[in-house]
Design a protein around this ligand. Structure first.
Ligand code: 6PG
Length: 481
């Protein structure tokens, strides 16, 4: 029997997706260069409509046409290798889906390459980890609408379901799917960093122990903060270390690793001149966390006399909750603004309100906050930034005070809160009528004749700044008096 769906790459994600496809009434065939992976899948998928093929040509033969072939292999060169192995075997009209975390520039290149040969290429973001792949991920496919229609019955069946339907939709042209997934991950970095900052403050200032943190995060998960990341954080605090009598979280080294998708988000935002400082700070703080040896060394050089904390445990918990609410919203807001700008710049034609809908279930950044974000973009799909939306205006004003309180507490105690700080500074700047950037323009014109604009008339202006200090090289530098 010819299979409806083929998967290349039978690691945990690939195998789980194959079983998910089979659970929804489709025949699925898997291929992996490693026969052990094929064997593992066949054992796990006993009784399901799953087959495997020993070679790539056999795999291709096993699929009904037009073929739907998904790749779940590590992003980068391997995707190109698999594609070049596949190309002589597939035919016009077949669909190849890359489900890995590929860089959007690679996806744009591959999309064009395959388009020229009549094969459809879909770059599809897949979120939700192993569990999501098995029982319902959030899927972000991009490419061309025609090929999406062909995979729609399968992807709609296997995707997570929210109160607004299957968590999949055509994201847009070319690399729109992978761009959206990249931004998803940038937001994921920001939310995780914000949670870790608040954890540090609650633990070190509020003296919350892990059992209390579990209680607090569980309660938050029944509030406006309800989300996958808050839920799993509550669980983390409960886990005992198997080897020692302490809690596992306290035994884990404080160096956060990354595979690079957050960095890509920041890089792309810089290219497009979109400010996303909450995400940028999250990326930088992962790098800083990795500098463990230097941190340990420096910790011996400095010590602060910290203020006596007058804030009660309850007050601190309540302020932290509001600070997270504020930071989470701005993480989403910055990511979505970037998505809007990228969509216009790269002709992706992404519908932001639909992206928000797709993120409501299955993915790592799913949360109830997305309901309000959806409302804001449904009211105005061309919304530049959520700060301007009437849906959020009263809320931001109300939460701001607690963000400042948490930051002040963190600073008084020498605790870093870079993403939370970035969220407040970003917000304050975004609502400031006149920023001090006029001075930067004056300086630029002073030393480089870069010109400036004026507040009272249009055009560009330059001033002959008098009394410029003479150019002094370091060798001639005058002695200080
Ligand atoms: C998801 C995740 C997934 C991956 C993270 C981890 O949406 O399911 O984002 O794609 O596990 O990207 O990323 P880092 O290793 O960079 O933290």
């Amino acid at each position: 029997m010819a299979a409806h769906f083929g998967m290349i790459g039978l690691g945990t994600m690939g195998s789980n997706l194959v079983m998910n496809v089979a659970d929804h009434g489709f025949e699925a065939c898997g291929y992996d260069r490693d026969p052990a992976q094929q064997k593992r899948l066949m054992e796990e998928a006993k009784g399901k409509t799953v087959t495997t093929a020993a070679t790539l040509p056999e795999f291709i033969q096993a699929l009904q046409t037009p073929r739907i072939i998904m790749l779940l292999v590590p992003a980068g060169k391997i995707v190109d290798t698999v594609l070049s192995d596949l190309m002589p075997l597939v035919q016009k009209g077949d669909i190849v889906i890359d489900g890995g975390n590929s860089h959007f520039v690679d996806t744009e290149r591959r999309f064009l390459q395959l388009q020229n040969s009549g094969v459809h290429f879909i770059g599809m973001g897949v979120s939700g980890g192993e569990e999501g792949a098995r029982f319902g991920p959030s899927l972000m496919p991009g490419g061309n609408k025609e090929s999406y229609e062909l995979i729609k019955p399968i992807v709609e069946s296997i995707a997570a379901k929210s109160d607004e339907g299957a968590c999949v939709s055509f994201m847009g042209n070319s690399a729109a799917g992978h761009y959206t997934k990249m931004v998803h991950n940038g937001i994921e970095y920001a939310m995780m960093q914000l949670i870790s900052e608040v954890y540090g403050i609650l633990k070190n200032v509020g003296q919350f122990n892990n059992a209390e943190l579990h209680q607090l995060f569980s309660a938050w998960n029944k509030s406006a903060l309800q989300s996958f990341l808050i839920e799993i954080t509550a669980d983390v605090f409960l886990k005992k270390d198997g080897d020692t009598p302490v809690d596992l979280v306290d035994m884990i080294l404080d160096k956060a690793k990354q595979k690079g998708t957050g960095m890509w988000t920041s890089q792309s935002a810089m290219d497009l001149n979109v400010p996303i400082p909450v995400i940028d700070a999250a990326v930088s703080m992962r790098y800083l966390s990795a500098l463990k040896d230097e941190r340990v060394k420096n910790s011996k050089f400095y010590s602060f006399s910290t203020e006596k904390n007058s804030i009660t445990k309850e007050e601190l918990a309540s302020a932290c909750k509001n600070a997270l609410h504020f930071g989470f919203l701005l993480s989403y807001g910055q990511g979505l603004q970037l998505l809007g700008v990228a969509s216009a710049q790269y002709n992706y034609n992404i519908n932001i309100s639909e992206v928000v809908r797709v993120w409501k279930g299955g993915c790592i950044i799913r949360s109830v906050l997305l309901n309000d974000l959806r409302k804001a973009y449904q009211q105005d799909n061309a919304l530049s930034n959520i700060i301007s939306s009437p849906v959020f205006q009263p809320l931001f004003s109300q939460l701001r005070k607690d963000v400042a309180l948490v930051l002040k507490t963190a600073m008084d105690n020498g605790l870093p809160a870079a993403s939370l700080g970035a969220s407040l500074h970003y917000f304050d700047a975004y609502i400031t009528n006149r920023l001090p950037a006029n001075l930067i323009q004056a300086q630029r014109d002073y030393f480089g004749a870069h010109t400036y604009e004026r507040i009272d008339k249009t055009g560009v202006f330059h001033t002959e700044w008098e009394g410029k200090p003479p150019v002094v090289t370091s060798a001639q530098k005058p002695k200080e008096e």
